[in-house]
Design a protein around this ligand. Structure first.
Ligand code: 5GP
Length: 215
């Protein structure tokens, strides 16, 4: 098998983290590249499992050292994907699934052109606004920032190869999982395909030569 990166993006609260978690739980051929962030850990989050939680200095040092395949500022914090993390998952023969924002996805594809890009679209504006304004504790300025951010993120949908409408979670998951299956057997991803076909053709030639001919 020839593993590839699978990038899931969406307007915020679009369900990309949930679908990424389902893929990791249900498919043994998919692994996760743990991202770095400068934001603090939330309750229940563990360093090295959910994120590598870095100080801004450490993050800047690693960025200057060229350690990131992509990095971006999201909601005022730095996030980035380490090349070493991606390569670690590849070394186990698994595809790498990542949920990253649209700016990060653009940079990542430049570093890994074989990436598969999936955008998760909300079923309607009402559903998106409902998800974004759900936390009633937030002040109006924060909610407005989320809404404009989501609108801007939607504009990036045209850079993605696949678009899945995330209305029903199980349906959206099945579609993303089917994309992984289809991409796995893409002609250009099949290692040693030419050798394999040549051996088949040689064997058929041999049998054709030996085939009893009518007089
Ligand atoms: P959260 O802080 O809620 O876990 O994630 C906030 C946002 O950062 C999400 O939109 C998520 O997709 C994005 N994000 C998480 N990891 C990375 C990463 O490694 N690179 C980039 N560019 N975005 C990330």
């Amino acid at each position: 098998m020839n593993p590839f990166p699978l990038i899931l993006s969406s307007a915020r609260r679009g369900g990309k983290t949930t679908i990424r978690q389902l893929l990791l739980k249900r498919r043994s051929d998919v692994g996760y590249s743990v991202s770095c962030t400068t934001r603090g850990a939330r309750p229940g989050e563990e360093d090295g499992r959910d994120y590598h939680f870095l100080t801004l200095d450490e993050f800047s040092r690693r960025r200057a050292g060229g350690d990131f395949a992509e990095h971006a500022e999201v909601h005022g914090n730095q996030y980035g994907t380490l090349k070493a993390e991606v390569d670690l998952v590849f070394s186990t023969g698994r595809h790498v699934v990542m949920d990253i924002d649209v700016q990060g996805a653009r940079q990542f594809v430049a570093a890994y052109p074989e990436s598969v890009l999936v955008f998760l679209l909300p079923p309607s504006a009402e559903a998106l606004v409902g998800r974004l304004t759900g936390r009633k504790t937030e002040d109006p300025a924060t909610t407005l920032r989320r809404l404009t951010g989501a609108r801007d993120e939607l504009a990036a949908v045209h850079q993605y190869q696949y678009v899945v409408v995330n209305d029903d979670l199980e349906t959206a998951y099945s579609q993303v999982s089917a994309i992984v299956d289809a991409e796995t057997v893409r002609h250009r991803r099949l290692p040693l395909l030419s050798d394999r076909v040549r051996r088949l053709v040689d064997e058929l030639d041999r049998r054709i030569t030996q085939f009893p001919r009518g007089t």
